[in-house]
Design a protein around this ligand. Structure first.
Ligand SMILES: *Cc1c(COP(=O)(O)O)cnc(C)c1O
Length: 498
């Protein structure tokens, strides 16, 4: 097994090269050439194991140029005391066939920690195998949660710098505060005027610019990426879907071999793609339900086979899903087209020039067989948060509420009663203003008072990393324009290059 590019099948690299490099030189994304098989017996063997042991077993199947000890050391370092529960990704049974998998028990209270707590360790091993003398510069565009999780993961990592761009009006106050107070000697944070897609486009342009790459090389530096285009971000996410299945079997909720459905609140398509990969390995997943907010470009794509970004961009109460260009969809289309890298290169060229593409009938049929798309607007999300809390005593965040809304609609429409795992991607405290609004209105406008207010209303404990933020000093106040030249100048400034 090796890794190839979605846009050029002639490329063959190792897992370490894929992780250290981030993106393939011609702009394609690295994908595994085959999927290791996960049998019912393999699942049985995972049942008694802890999360980090399950992770070690599963990741070893993909990181075939790592030694067993290297994989284990990465998993042990990542999934330890930085998570506030030994379960790491616990399941909450809503009692009606819906199981919420809480992926937000890490240090930044969102699911990005599941991958970004381990990525720096995978990166260290990968760079050690490929380019041991180079300093790695991690460049991140964030819609809110990735930036903070990447900063926490990479802070003070040896031989590494990390620079984060976030859209000035596109992140919540709490998300912004988490980033601008970041500690660590190797970190930089800058706001850009624009939305997430502007930030992502700018970062991609810098990342693939030969002149910039040469400049870094002269200084012993090289770019890599912590965005979900990096294989090292995706592969750890496969683990928790398998782990959720194991938990359901172990708790006697299903028998080993029974199908489940999975619902994922989706932005860049990384999280749900990891579930597709688990399914490709053999995990008995029936439907993959892709939930979007008002930026329903994926919902339309699943219906029509046309991916069209020529539409208004909305900011919503689920900002981490305010995305029009879902980068990881490229990987899915590659697999569903029968690994046709020429076809994918054409689609992505069309996306670049027309902001739009239409897949072939064969690919559309393959997509529709496995995926269901759905979307929910802010009013529906608020209604779901309140009803779920009133009826089930369970408080979920706005992103998770998008998934719950879409799932409930799917279930009502189809009568499909398959036990269903709903990926919960953030702690409700991370989006306290919208949650309070949904529960009847906030009394204070101040972020920290809102945490206390939410605690008083719901009894749910305030996560320590958010509660302790108010004592931290603001370190980063920069804002730059979203054109490539301005962002490039900011990058050079942060790296002390002229
Ligand atoms: C990033 C994020 C998402 C979207 O995940 P993708 O992998 O980009 O699809 C959903 N919810 C939250 C809270 C997030 O931080």
């Amino acid at each position: 097994m090796y890794y190839t590019s979605t846009r050029n099948n002639a490329i063959q690299v190792t897992a370490a090269q894929a992780i250290a490099g981030g993106i393939s030189p011609e702009g394609g994304l690295y994908v595994p050439s085959e999927f290791p098989a996960l049998t019912a017996a393999d699942i049985e063997a995972l049942l008694p194991l802890s999360y980090k042991e399950r992770a070690t077993k599963i990741l070893s199947r993909y990181l075939n140029d790592f030694t067993g000890d290297e994989v284990e050391a990465c998993c042990v370092a990542a999934y330890g005391e930085r998570f506030d529960t030994p379960a790491v990704a616990p399941l909450h049974d809503l009692g009606d066939g819906r199981y919420v998998q809480e992926l937000w028990h890490g240090p930044t209270c969102a699911f990005k920690d599941m991958a970004l707590q381990i990525l720096p360790h995978l990166m260290r091993v990968s760079v050690g195998k490929t380019n041991p003398d180079e300093q790695i510069v991690i460049l991140v565009a964030t819609s809110g949660d990735t930036g903070k999780a990447a900063l926490e993961g990479f802070k003070d990592a040896p031989n590494t710098r990390i620079l984060v761009f976030y859209p000035v009006d596109g992140v919540s106050e709490m998300q912004r505060f988490q980033m601008v107070t970041q500690e660590g000697d190797n970190v930089g944070v800058c706001a850009i005027r624009g939305n997430f897609d502007d930030a992502q486009t700018g970062v991609k342009a810098i990342f693939t610019d030969d002149e910039v790459k040469a400049k870094l090389a002269e200084n012993g530096m090289r770019f890599s990426s912590a965005n979900s285009i990096n294989w090292g971000r995706l592969v750890p996410q496969i683990v928790y879907y398998i782990s959720a299945y194991c938990d359901l079997v172990k708790q006697g909720k299903i028998a080993n071999g029974d199908p489940i459905n999975v619902v994922v609140p989706t932005g860049n398509f990384g999280n749900i793609l990891a579930c597709y990969y688990a399914k490709r390995m053999g995990l008995p997943v029936n439907k993959l339900i892709c939930a979007s907010n008002r930026n329903r470009v994926l919902t339309d794509f699943f219906e029509t086979g046309v991916y069209d970004c020529n539409r208004p961009f909305y900011t919503t109460t689920s900002p981490s899903m305010d995305i029009l260009v879902s980068s990881n969809l490229e990987r899915l289309l590659y697999h569903l087209s029968g690994n046709n890298s020429a076809e994918i290169a054409d689609l992505m060229a069309a996306l670049k020039t027309e902001k739009k593409y239409a897949v072939s009938d064969a690919v559309r049929a393959a997509v529709q067989e496995q995926f269901v798309g759905g979307c929910a607007d802010d009013d529906q999300v608020a209604h779901t948060i309140k009803t779920l809390f009133d009826r089930c005593g369970y408080l979920c965040d706005t992103h998770t509420a998008v998934a719950v809304t879409v799932y409930d609609e799917y279930r009502a429409k189809t009568g499909d009663e398959t036990p269903t795992v709903i990926a919960s991607t953030a702690s409700p405290y991370k989006f306290a203003p919208a949650i309070l609004e949904a529960l009847g209105g906030a009394e204070s406008e101040k972020p920290y008072e809102q945490l206390a207010e939410l605690n008083a209303k719901t009894g749910l404990e305030i996560p320590q990393p958010l509660g302790s933020l108010r004592d931290k000093a603001v370190r980063f106040t920069g804002v730059c324009d979203n054109d490539k030249a301005s962002m490039q100048a900011t990058v050079y400034g942060m790296l002390n290059l002229d």
